[in-house]
Ligand binder design. Structure first.
Ligand SMILES: [Zn+2]
Ligand SMILES: [Zn+2]
Length: 274
């Protein structure tokens, strides 16, 4: 009995922590970016709006509610990962005796690159007509996304996204700071992709050195046109697999908002509502 009570006590202890961490990082990142957009709207951001269309209040409400549900799923997954680390299934270390700062840096870069590949391929899978209605429809109800769409997933999609961390940790030891840096990077890039306003320099469109970094226009076009731009952090998978939107570079250069996403745009709301 005492053992069960102790196990329950540590579950509550860890879960309350992961709940604050997962829901908290969503609220801080999405709310923070929404506030930044509001504060700097008149100071030039309005000229960087990507679509002519606006998200409705109902869209934002749906994005927040479904994202909070995802935050809850992520926190339960985080609790399972923490128990996995405590019982030695995963190696999550806290000091630098085992591996130095070099390993920390390499492991964070590696987890970002592998997560981008995981995202691209699971995302393409979820666009399969058989899987789409169960896995990915909720996310695409946001035709004109806002930062609050970051975690707006169906439950099966949230589980696919959550599965990445335990899969990664089954093979690669991580410093707890490395995990924190990765989670921070992930949510910041995620809300930026849904900002609805281009936050990256437009010179990325033609940059030989940095053209592989995703812009907001890249993911926004995915929401608006549905069939292109599946990548998360980088453009290379879309380039390699021929799924980059043909007008992506041109739009990133700064096509006026009124011209937004022409023919496909008219088709999208019908798909989202189906
Ligand atoms: Zn999609
Ligand atoms: Zn999205």
């Amino acid at each position: 009995m005492q053992t069960l009570m102790n196990a329950l006590a540590s579950f509550w202890h860890i879960w309350s922590f992961t709940l604050v961490l997962d829901v908290g990082r969503y609220l801080v990142a999405a709310g923070g970016l929404a506030l930044i957009l509001k504060l700097f709207w008149g100071l030039g951001l309005k000229h960087r709006k990507i679509q002519a269309r606006w998200a409705s209040n109902a869209d934002v409400r749906r994005e927040i509610l479904t994202s909070l549900r995802t935050g809850l799923i992520f926190s339960l997954n985080g609790t399972a990962v923490a128990f996995g680390a405590i019982t030695g299934i995963f190696t999550v270390y806290r000091d630098f005796d085992k591996a130095g700062i070099g390993y920390l840096a390499i492991s964070v870069i590696a987890v970002i690159i592998v997560h981008d590949a995981y995202f691209y391929w699971t995302h393409r899978m979820m666009h399969h007509p058989r899987l789409y209605p169960y896995f990915h429809r909720t996310h695409h109800r946001s035709v004109t996304p806002t930062p609050f769409a970051a975690y707006a997933f169906d439950i099966p999609e949230a589980l696919v996204m959550a599965a990445f961390m335990p899969l990664w940790l089954a093979f690669v030891p991580m410093h707890v700071l490395g995990m924190f840096l990765f989670m921070a990077f992930m949510i910041i890039r995620n809300v930026m992709g849904h900002a609805g306003v281009e936050l990256m320099p437009r010179s990325l469109a033609d940059s030989r050195w940095f053209g592989w970094i995703n812009s907001t226009t890249h993911h926004d076009l995915h929401h608006a046109t549905f069939h292109h731009n599946y990548g998360l952090y980088f453009t290379w998978w879309d380039k390699m697999m021929g799924t980059e939107h043909p007008a992506y570079r041109e739009r990133l250069r700064g096509t006026p908002a009124r011209d937004a996403v022409a023919a496909d745009d008219a088709v999208r709301p019908a798909i989202a509502a189906s």
